[in-house]
Ligand binder design. Structure first.
Ligand code: ZN
Length: 133
């Protein structure tokens, strides 16, 4: 795996959190993008090589809404960049990690993504992502 591509943070309300993170990072939100398949709206900030991705649920029972219900707002996942997502998925599966999606799926910000089950990663939800060509 390469660099940490982004850190995903679950928030209740992007309208509040976007100006908060703009102030915190002293960097403008460069994009908001809904990912309907994941029932989320996302907002991105560039901080050096790494991005911050804010995630707000589009529905009251979406995965981010349920996460916030259980744990409150906060860090939701860490995403590592890879060159070849299929190769990396095969490697991780061979190592015994559980993939939450067996096919790479389209994510926000022009990426193909795959998530690993946090039960095998010390409770941290890991995303691997590859730039779509
Ligand atoms: Zn992500």
């Amino acid at each position: 795996m390469k660099n940490i591509e982004h850190i995903g943070i679950a928030v209740k309300d992007l309208e509040i959190s976007i100006p908060l993170f703009e102030k915190l990072l002293n960097s403008p939100c460069y994009k908001t993008e809904p990912v309907v398949s994941e029932q989320v709206n996302t907002a991105f900030f560039q901080t050096g090589e790494t991005k911050v991705e804010l995630l707000q649920s589009l529905t009251p029972d979406g995965v981010i809404a349920r996460f916030i219900e259980k744990k409150g707002e906060g860090i939701h996942h860490i995403a590592f960049e890879v060159d070849n997502i299929r190769e990396e998925m095969a490697r991780l599966q061979k190592e015994g990690f559980v993939l939450l999606n067996l096919e790479p799926k389209p994510g926000a910000d022009n990426k193909l993504v795959c998530f690993l089950h946090p039960k095998n990663t010390n409770g941290v939800l890991i995303e691997i992502c590859q730039e779509r060509k």
